[in-house]
Design a protein around this ligand. Structure first.
Ligand SMILES: *[C@@H]1O[C@H](CO)[C@@H](O)[C@H](O)[C@H]1NC(C)=O
Ligand SMILES: *[C@@H]1O[C@H](CO)[C@@H](O)[C@H](O)[C@H]1NC(C)=O
Ligand SMILES: *[C@@H]1O[C@H](CO)[C@@H](O)[C@H](O)[C@H]1NC(C)=O
Length: 220
């Protein structure tokens, strides 16, 4: 019985783990809030659908400030060379993606010394060539990251406010629970009293009812 359960569980774990183990690649979304003056990891992962097919990929990053219509190219990674293509990001972008192979699946870049001007929409593009046995196939994968840059002070304020809110919420919840308890207690005891009263009344009625025929008898 126990043995059966254990083997069932291990089969379950096996089933859960194998798909991840096979691909070794998981498409995690990027974070979207950076702190001014710090570094930020602009994440972009595109897993190959078929692990066994040899491929190569070129990754480019585009940026669009808030209010602008057009994306401008800011970065290109063509194995093994990263290139920064825009003045605003000069010396501030660092490749953190796949290295050592043309088969790039992680296109993540670091932004150093983030400024408020870095807020906006980032577009990450994988231009992947799949080397199939008969021909090459090109696939383009686009991913967007909406980045907001906040001040450290703001973030701390937000943290403090949310902490206060949490305590207020806990106290309010406890008071509410206490109120509900008192209300329920009162209601139940009132109901009990009413029931007792009804019971008493009923037994009196019964007494009266049972007396009635006797009254008739007496009257006759
Ligand atoms: C980031 O800022 C620090 C201090 O402001 C400066 O020393 C450093 O050179 C800057 N780094 C880059 C990559 O701009
Ligand atoms: C941000 O952009 C404004 C306007 O383009 C510019 O005047 C300012 O110097 C920039 N700030 C930084 C930190 O790059
Ligand atoms: C993708 O890369 C291939 C080969 O490097 C190139 O011919 C093609 O124009 C690229 N496509 C885009 C949309 O950049």
């Amino acid at each position: 019985m126990t043995l059966g359960l254990i083997s069932f569980l291990s089969v379950c774990i096996f089933c859960i783990q194998v798909p991840q183990g096979q691909t070794g690649c998981a498409e995690v979304d990027s974070m979207t809030e950076a702190v001014a003056g710090e570094s930020f990891t602009l994440g972009c992962i595109s897993c190959k659908r078929r692990e066994e097919v040899p491929a190569s990929a070129i990754v480019s990053w585009h940026f669009k400030p808030p209010g602008d219509e057009e994306f401008i190219q800011i970065f290109l990674y063509r194995h093994p060379n990263p290139t920064i293509l825009h003045e605003q990001f000069k010396e501030r972008l660092e490749w953190q993606g796949t290295t050592g192979t043309k088969d790039v699946q992680v296109g993540t870049v670091f932004i150093h010394n983030v400024t408020h001007n870095d807020s906006g929409t980032y577009l990450c593009t994988f231009n992947r060539t799949l080397h199939l046995s008969l021909y090459d196939e090109n696939v383009i994968i686009n991913k967007e990251v909406e980045l907001t840059v906040v001040d450290e002070a703001n973030r701390e304020l937000v943290a403090v406010i949310s902490e206060i809110m949490m305590y207020v919420l806990i106290v309010v919840l406890q008071l509410w629970m206490f109120g509900v308890l008192i209300y329920c207690y009162k209601k139940i005891s009132a109901e009990n009293e009413a029931r007792e009263a009804r019971k008493a009344a009923r037994s009196q009625n019964k007494l009266i009812d049972s007396k009635d025929p006797c009254d008739g008898v007496y009257l006759e």
